[in-house]
Design a protein around this ligand. Structure first.
Ligand code: RFL
Length: 399
């Protein structure tokens, strides 16, 4: 039996309800632009998916201006210091006092997503969970379409003036852009992290980056009861091979807890291996399809930029779509990609630099010793040079 295809016409078709799609949807609703969001997963799934936590000042400004920041202003915590631990000791960098003097707001991504979903629905938005985009077509016409698989297993086709591809790195939107229409800039940084969430309060006030011969280790606050830890592991490592005991031993050794004091331990709620990869599409628009967030560019989590780029792009696209649909002004939309890509590359450059700062070579050969000496010199520059600290601060919190 073949499915009967139902059809419907809407304004902007948004694929994906992560930070990118939800910020875009809320901004379009506020601008009076008709839109619909389709999301493959359930509401419970997206509201529990723990990922980012460090929101840049620009992100907080965009969300505050749009009336979307009540939760993060109430429960988010200001964060303005990071610490580097090396063989020679620990130094703290109070980045909130350097450069432009901006701080992060620590607020878990799943809480932000929960707030954005609630706000979108409260404002009368149309958000369909359990609804996966399977085909995006008609991008050269003024009647683009997204065909979706509905929760009951049926097929439905949405038509609209524009499609916003906010469906992440493995989504349908990115796969729709033909290889001949955009250049993909891909880099595997050759480094993997075991990303951990522990049911334990943070062990120190600062984000801590530990540079160790065994590999990098990181400590980042999330909520009063949950802390994110990272451990550099061999690419392709099985996360389950990292037992609780092995994890805490490695964290203790690399964070040098014998010198700096113990870590609060707790149940490990999540462990997954992340390969540090970058993947930037250029341009990030194709006909009537506009890519936003991870669908447009994947960035390593080394400098916590991904969700912040997603929000910046969503704001840029919302303004461009409103100008086009309300005022028939095509200019902002035509240069959406050109406006976003320099900021995407700035973030990529800083994240790439952070990867070099945090990961030294293993082994004892001449080349490894040379590269470790360079890494040490880089950290020393950051410890001692106020100019370097200003530059770091602007890039670390800026987007
Ligand atoms: P998302 O969040 O992946 O959302 C995409 C949504 O699209 C849905 N989807 C579909 N829906 C309909 N049809 C389809 N065919 C679909 N295919 C997919 C998915 O179910 C999903 O709901 O992308 P978005 O919105 O672009 O947001 C990007 C951010 O999630 C990402 O960049 C950050 O999480 C990266 N990141 C961090 N970013 C920061 O700014 N600060 C941080 O501190 C930070 N820490 C992190 C991170 C990412 C991590 N992981 C897991 C990769 C820490 C980690 C561990």
């Amino acid at each position: 039996m073949t499915d009967r295809l139902s059809e419907e016409t809407r304004g902007v078709l948004i694929v994906g309800a992560g930070p990118a799609g939800l910020v875009l949807g809320n901004l379009l609703l506020a601008a009076g632009v008709d839109c619909v969001i389709v999301e493959r997963q359930s509401r419970a799934h997206v509201e529990q998916r723990a990922r980012a936590g460090f929101l840049a000042a620009n992100t907080v400004r965009i969300l505050t201006d749009a009336g979307l920041a009540d939760g993060l202003l109430k429960d988010g915590r200001q964060h303005d210091t990071c610490a580097f631990r090396t063989e020679s000791g620990e130094f703290e960098l109070a980045y909130g006092d350097r450069g432009r003097g901006e701080a992060h707001t620590v607020y878990p991504q799943q809480h932000l997503v929960r707030d954005l979903v609630a706000e979108f629905l409260a404002r009368g938005g149309d958000l369909r969970f359990g609804t996966a985009a399977v085909e995006i077509a008609g991008l050269a016409s003024d009647r683009a379409s997204v065909t979706v698989r509905t929760p009951d297993g049926g097929s439905h086709r949405l038509h609209g003036a524009f499609v916003a591809g906010c469906d992440g790195r493995h989504g349908t939107a990115r796969a729709t852009v033909p290889a001949t229409a955009a250049r993909r800039h891909v880099r595997d940084h050759g480094v993997s992290w075991l990303a951990l969430l522990a049911a334990a309060p943070q062990s120190m006030a600062a984000v801590a980056y530990a540079v160790h011969r065994d590999g990098f280790a990181g400590h980042m606050a999330r909520t009063p009861d949950v802390t994110r830890y990272y451990l550099q592991v061999d690419p392709g490592d099985d996360p389950d091979a990292w037992t609780d005991r092995r994890v805490w031993e490695a964290l203790d050794r690399r964070m040098r807890t014998d010198v700096h004091g113990p870590l609060h331990r707790g149940e490990i709620l999540e462990r997954r291996v992340l390969a540090m990869r970058s993947d930037v599409l250029d341009p990030i628009q194709y006909g009537r399809l506009f890519l936003v967030g991870d669908a447009a560019s994947l960035i390593s989590p080394s400098a916590a930029k991904g969700a912040n780029l997603a929000v910046m792009e969503a704001e840029t696209l919302a303004r461009a779509l409103a100008a086009r649909l309300h005022g028939d002004d095509e200019r902002l939309l035509a240069r959406y990609s050109a406006d976003c890509l320099p900021r995407i590359w700035r973030a990529q450059e800083f994240s790439h630099w952070m990867i070099g700062l945090l990961h030294g070579p293993t082994g004892d050969g001449d080349e490894a010793a040379f590269l470790r000496a360079l890494q040490h010199a880089r950290l020393e520059s950051l410890r001692t040079s106020r100019r370097h600290q200003d530059h770091f601060a602007d890039n670390y919190v800026g987007i």
